[in-house]
Design a protein around this ligand. Structure first.
Ligand code: C2E
Ligand code: CA
Ligand code: CA
Length: 472
């Protein structure tokens, strides 16, 4: 009898087959595990959409495609509105539930090959491969619409809109560039209200950067005395004598030279720096008036100083004290200072403004409406406010002499001002003819290049000492 040796191939065959199958199964498991691991590495654990790494991968793939001629990808970045407040009020578990719902809604609003990711917190990004702006905008609006309905949290419901920025990638972009620019668009969208999509605009970014630079420098400029006041005469039309002046601020910039107020006042107002700037103007102008009163060549006790006051000043609780302290420090009577307020500053007309105006009036400083007629010009408020002067906007004087009916129109304005018991100051007088025409209709005071442009302190002091008058 022949027997097969235990190590013969025939004998080994069944064992080999079993081992092979075992190895195959192991390989498959390993493969699956690697796949799972890879998937996990690309997934946001909470919501199941992609994570930052998924976004980076998708962006790199889209860039390879774009290099081969495909259109650039678009990035939609979303930031949920009021999410932190919601987390505080509803708790972490509810906040997580909101994030999961948002992720699902975003996912359902886009195509299969669009990559939805959560970058952390309440920030989601969607990469749309090869997508031009018009289509990306439509997708963005579809996502915002999908977020509109209330989210049911079991015991209550919440609404969770989003601010969204859109940026189409450029060939030179890294994923960080793309995110940063989309994020800038998100900020712009937030400042415009909720549930809006904003497309990145390089010009707006540039303007914001410039504004930031100006803010940084302006803060320093106020402290290091780079601001200067120029003075422009205000003339009594009947006598042709200077009766006062307006202080107009300029920024003597070490690099850019003299910067006019229209370039930095709006920035100061938008950033809150106006309060500090306003205090500087107040103190400097009042100190200057003291110098002129002390100087025998310029001493004139009825001569008054006008300064421009912004809406923010009226909103400040300290403003009235600042004014009375500044006057007291220089031993000046309150009527030597006149505050010019624009209609738009006054028309806000809230409690605090009314209180501040009344307190200033009680203090005895002059109150004047500036640029009268340039804005809303509701005649009704003229009688109600505690103001005693009106400075008529220069647009009215501009057409004087060109259009014969203009003078009777100005006469009507002057009559309204007079019948309200107010004094009118006419701005923008550029010729002797204009000055004469205004005098002929009963206007009492004027200001403009005809009498003098705004001048630096030394030149204005010189003009004052000459005691120049203009023919009446
Ligand atoms: P505003 O208060 O209406 O000042 C009058 C502006 O008209 C001044 O421009 C002045 O130079 C200009 N002007 C005067 N006469 C004439 C004229 O005959 N013809 C023409 N075409 N223009 C004339 P400026 O100095 O550039 O000031 C612009 C604005 O900046 C001011 O308008 C005022 O709103 C604001 N501003 C100036 N200084 C200050 C300040 O210290 N504080 C605040 N809050 N605003 C200021
Ligand atoms: Ca003014
Ligand atoms: Ca004015």
């Amino acid at each position: 009898m022949t027997s097969t040796a235990p190590d013969s191939p025939a004998h080994l065959d069944p064992r080999l087959g079993k081992l092979e199958r075992h190895i195959q199964a192991l390989m498959q498991e390993l493969h699956q595990a690697r796949y799972e691991q890879r998937r996990e590495a690309l997934t946001d654990a909470l919501t199941g959409v992609g994570n930052r790494t998924a976004l980076v991968n998708a962006f790199q793939e889209a860039q390879v495609a774009a290099a081969r001629g495909a259109p650039q990808p678009a990035l939609l970045l979303l930031n949920l509105d009021g999410f932190n407040a919601l987390k505080k009020s509803a708790g972490h578990a509810a906040a997580d539930q909101v994030l999961v719902t948002v992720a699902m809604r975003v996912r359902s609003a886009v195509r299969e090959n669009d990559v939805v990711t959560r970058l952390g917190g309440d920030e989601f990004a969607v990469l749309l491969p090869a997508t031009p702006q018009a289509r990306a905008t439509a997708v963005g609006n579809r996502i915002l619409a999908a977020l509109e309905p209330n989210i049911d949290l079991g015991n209550n419901t919440v609404r969770c809109g989003a601010s969204m920025g859109l940026r189409i990638a450029e060939p030179h972009h890294t994923v960080e560039d793309l995110l940063q620019e989309a994020d800038f668009a998100v900020d712009e969208s937030k400042s415009e209200g909720r549930n809006k999509l904003k497309v990145f605009d390089p010009a707006t970014l540039h303007a914001r950067q410039l504004q930031r630079q100006i803010v940084g420098e302006l803060r320093e400029a106020i402290r290091s005395e780079q601001l200067v006041l120029f003075f422009q005469p205000i003339v009594e039309l009947a006598t042709g004598k200077i009766e006062g002046c307006e202080a107009l601020v300029r920024w003597d910039h070490p690099v850019h030279g003299l910067i006019m107020p229209d370039h930095f006042i709006p920035v100061a107002e938008a950033t809150g720096l106006i309060a500090e700037l306003g205090r500087w103007v107040l103190r400097t102008a009042v100190r200057q008036l003291r110098h002129w009163r002390d100087n025998p060549a310029t001493a004139q006790h009825t001569f008054s100083m006008r300064i421009n006051v912004s809406a923010a000043d009226l909103q400040s609780l300290e403003f009235v004290d600042d004014v009375s302290e500044a006057l007291a420090e220089e031993s000046l009577p309150p009527e030597s200072l006149v505050l010019e307020l624009t209609e738009s500053a006054i028309i806000q007309n809230n409690e605090l403004d009314r209180y501040t105006l009344a307190s200033l009036h009680r203090l005895g400083v002059g109150l004047e409406i500036d640029d009268f007629g340039a804005g809303y010009s509701s005649m009704g408020y003229l009688r109600k406010l505690p103001v005693d002067r009106v400075k008529v906007d220069r647009q009215f004087v501009k057409d004087l002499g060109k259009d014969p009916s203009q003078l009777s129109f100005l006469a009507a304005i002057q009559e309204v001002i007079r019948s309200c018991g107010l004094e009118g100051i006419w701005e923008g007088i550029e010729s002797a003819e204009q000055a004469e025409a205004l005098r002929s209709i009963g206007c009492t005071s004027g200001q403009g290049y005809y009498f003098g442009k705004p001048l630096p302190e030394a030149d204005f002091t010189e003009q004052l000492s000459r005691q120049q008058t203009w023919p009446a």
